[in-house]
Design a protein around this ligand. Structure first.
Ligand code: C5P
Length: 220
């Protein structure tokens, strides 16, 4: 659908839970023929390993051991997507040793091919500080909760809208308030507020920013 630029293209997409960044990242990767890594799945895989082993989520040594052996090739979204694992992931994501190991694996992924799209919380600020394009995708907590609740309800989940909103606000507070790599826009990130945008409009806006950045790079 789009011309592939001459040089490897790395695209960093950050934002809070249920902002739409994951869908956007997948669509962008498909449109530009780039590989995609949802880095949230790497934190979720560590959390699931601890839960499966019956270890406490405060067990830093166990979490670091699990992070050291996460296999990026076998991250299964269907298995890792449930909300108990998401909540647990945000608890182990405050541990600097866990972050160091996962960031290293994520950088190896980004640098091992012809460019990639990574989405997460610290891609533009830490993992790929020199990404060609940085997007910070956000939406109001109410808009994000409504979207997430509709997905959960469609799958037959029992949580109320109020439960989902409380969950999102708790996760935002933890992700934005942690000392190591808190969620925030990189100074050179383009902000994309999807509260009032549907996914097609957000995708078109993102493509405009990427085309612009690619042509700027071509001229450099
Ligand atoms: O994006 P997702 O909801 O799958 O991420 C789960 C948790 O993993 C987040 O709430 C966050 O605490 C952590 N995470 C992170 N850095 C990333 C990606 C995810 O700290 N790059």
């Amino acid at each position: 659908m789009f011309e592939k630029p001459g040089r490897p293209l790395t695209i960093a997409i950050d934002g809070p839970a249920a902002s739409g960044k994951g869908t956007l990242a997948r669509q962008i990767a498909a449109a530009y023929g780039l590989r995609h890594l949802d880095t949230g799945l790497t934190y979720r895989a560590v959390a699931k390993a601890l839960i499966d082993a019956g270890a406490a989520l405060e067990d830093v040594a166990a979490a670091e051991r699990a992070a050291a052996v996460v296999d990026l090739g076998s991250l299964d979204r269907a298995v890792l997507s449930n909300h108990v694992i998401g909540e647990a992931a945000s608890r182990i994501a405050v541990m600097p040793g866990v972050r160091r190991a996962l960031v290293e694996a994520q950088r190896r992924f980004a640098q091992s091919g012809e460019g990639a799209v990574l989405d997460g919380r610290d891609i533009g600020t830490v993992v790929l500080r020199d990404a060609a394009v940085k997007l910070y995708v956000t939406a109001s907590p109410q808009a994000r909760a409504a979207r997430r609740h509709a997905e959960i309800a469609a799958a037959g989940g029992p949580e109320t809208l109020a439960d989902v909103l409380a969950d999102i606000e708790r996760r935002d507070a933890r992700d934005m308030g942690r000392a190591d790599s808190p969620l925030k826009p990189a100074p050179d990130a383009h902000l994309l507020d999807t509260s009032e945008l549907d996914i097609q409009a957000a995708f078109r806006a993102a493509c405009g920013l990427i085309e612009q950045a690619s042509s700027d790079r071509e001229r450099m």
